[in-house]
Design a protein around this ligand. Structure first.
Ligand SMILES: C[S@@+](CC[C@H](N)C(=O)[O-])C[C@H]1O[C@@H](n2cnc3c(N)ncnc32)[C@H](O)[C@@H]1O
Length: 217
């Protein structure tokens, strides 16, 4: 379950258990230390209608989200009572707040090109790489490499569990997978990895939640 039509159906049928109403505590705990410049632009790939984008906006960032589902994009603005307009550029529908601080690009993340977005100094990935099957991870790393400015930093929150026990998404993405996939373009550092084995919905033998810093030299 990972193509565009499947994700769009998932949104229209309300199968969005991945959405968190609350702000992710790891974002709140780790972000200010990783990204001290609150004026910089943050890319949120595969953003859904994540409330974490509101936290980034309140911190002062300009936010660019990318999402397949127009319904998710509209819901983000409607549910957060943000006035927005929309326009079409390079085949993407851009949903944009009136104050321009947040833009959600509706379309395929892999089709974005750096000239479309301008400089981006930070990336926030929660439930993004884990939404992609393993055969797309390298392309995802290449895409972040071409879209992010030199010196960019990022926070990536994944799940690590025995893949054979659950079909995915979310797919299991360990720190070692990230380190290997992003090597060359990025330096990955493991900040923490909480053991959630006792509180996982999927009945997995074990489940960890790696919190990973990415830096682009
Ligand atoms: C597991 S959800 C996570 C959403 C969000 N990051 C969150 O934390 O709530 C993954 C999202 O990525 C979107 N998506 C998957 N592949 C995509 C792609 N290639 N381009 C744009 N959006 C994509 C899906 O529509 C879905 O909303």
């Amino acid at each position: 379950m990972h193509n565009r039509a499947d994700w769009i159906s998932r949104w229209s049928e309300g199968r969005t258990g991945f959405h968190q109403a609350d702000i992710n505590p790891k974002l709140v705990a780790e972000w200010p230390g990783l990204v001290p410049d609150a004026a910089c632009t943050v890319l949120v790939p595969l953003c859904g209608k994540s409330s974490d984008m509101c936290w980034l906006l309140e911190r002062g960032h300009r936010v660019i989200g990318v999402e397949f589902s127009a319904m998710a994009c509209r819901s983000f603005f409607d549910e957060n009572e943000l006035e927005y307009g929309q326009r079409t550029v390079h085949g993407f529908t851009i949903f944009e707040a009136k104050n321009s601080k947040v833009q959600l690009w509706c379309g395929d993340f892999f089709k974005l090109r750096p000239a479309m977005l301008g400089p981006i100094e930070a990336v926030y990935d929660r439930a993004a790489i884990v939404a992609l099957p393993q055969n797309l991870w390298s392309a995802y790393a290449v895409q972040l490499d071409i879209l992010l400015s030199g010196g960019a930093v990022g926070l990536m929150l994944t799940f690590h569990y025995p893949q054979a026990e659950h079909l995915g998404p979310p797919f299991s993405v360990s720190f070692e997978h990230v380190e290997t996939t992003f090597s060359g373009a990025f330096v990955a550092s493991l900040l923490s990895s909480a053991d959630r084995s006792d509180e996982n919905y999927w009945g997995l033998t074990w489940l960890f939640e790696p919190v990973i810093k990415l830096s682009r030299p």
